[in-house]
Write a protein that binds this ligand. Structure first.
Ligand code: 6PG
Length: 251
């Protein structure tokens, strides 16, 4: 593995393969959950959608990581959801439920699902109400937000140029459908940046170009992922060698 320090305090580590990247991510989640529960009694984590975190979810549901997490103290949220029913194949809830949550003793009342089956506007409103009911006016929201990144630099469902990017108050917003993409519900930047830590998990050669753009370019702010600046320390980026292959520091 290769440690790379880039702009904005991002902590970037490049792993030789997906397996070692996923194991490092599982170890980090277990460690952050342990310190959160030690100091605050609970661990609130927002899960990412997409395909990249699936390996991580499988690992968290298996030894040795499963035993290292106090599941009864864990509150599970999502960074975003597609406007689909919870049993739909595109549902981020369904992915996490099948690969992780159905395999560990997390309390059902601590699973805070985005109701993708509602209209995106009402799903965003009800999710924000649920977050405010849980976090109140606390200075920090989640202990950890897990995010991926698309080849266009989007993260959660914050796409380049989308109105949701301009939010200053709202914590959750609907994102209208586009030609190739169903409507979404997403955490906003104020919500993500009011969280203690953020973990980006990015893999695959198709992401190498945007990874170097987001982490090394001066005008990186045109990419939503570059606007993620969590409250307690720079975003943590775990990459496989394919996704990190264009990072100067890595070569
Ligand atoms: C989603 C995600 C989205 C995802 C990226 C990367 O619901 O799709 O939240 O932001 O993380 O699109 O997706 P892959 O991991 O599938 O490449």
């Amino acid at each position: 593995m290769t440690g790379v320090r880039t702009g904005e305090g991002a902590e970037v580590t490049v792993y030789p393969d997906r397996g070692s990247m996923d194991r490092a991510a599982a170890g980090l989640v277990a460690e952050l959950s342990r310190s959160a529960v030690m100091s605050r009694g609970t661990f609130a984590v927002a899960l990412s959608g997409g395909t990249t975190p699936r390996g991580l979810y499988r690992l968290l549901a298996s030894s040795p990581y499963r035993e290292r997490i106090a599941w009864k103290a864990v509150h599970v949220y999502w960074a975003d959801e597609r406007a689909v029913t919870p049993d739909h194949e595109d549902s981020n809830y369904r992915t996490a439920q099948e690969l992780l949550l159905s395999q560990v003793p997390v309390l059902r009342e601590n699973i805070h699902r985005i109701r993708g089956e509602e209209t995106p506007a009402s799903a965003a409103d009800s999710y924000e109400r649920e977050m405010v009911a849980h976090f109140g006016q606390a200075p920090f929201l989640f202990d950890l937000v897990i995010l991926g990144m698309g080849a266009d630099g989007h993260t959660a469902s914050l796409f380049p140029g989308s109105a949701a990017l301009t939010a200053t108050e709202r914590l959750v917003l609907p994102v209208p459908a586009e030609s190739m993409r169903q409507a979404r519900i997403t955490l906003t930047l104020p919500a993500i940046n009011r969280s203690r830590r953020v973990l980006f998990l990015v893999a695959g050669a198709e992401k190498a170009g945007v990874v170097s753009e987001v982490l090394e370019r001066k005008d990186r702010n045109r990419y939503p992922a570059a606007l993620v600046r969590p409250a307690e320390g720079g975003p943590i980026w775990l990459l496989d060698s394919a996704a990190g292959s264009l990072l100067r520091a890595a070569s």
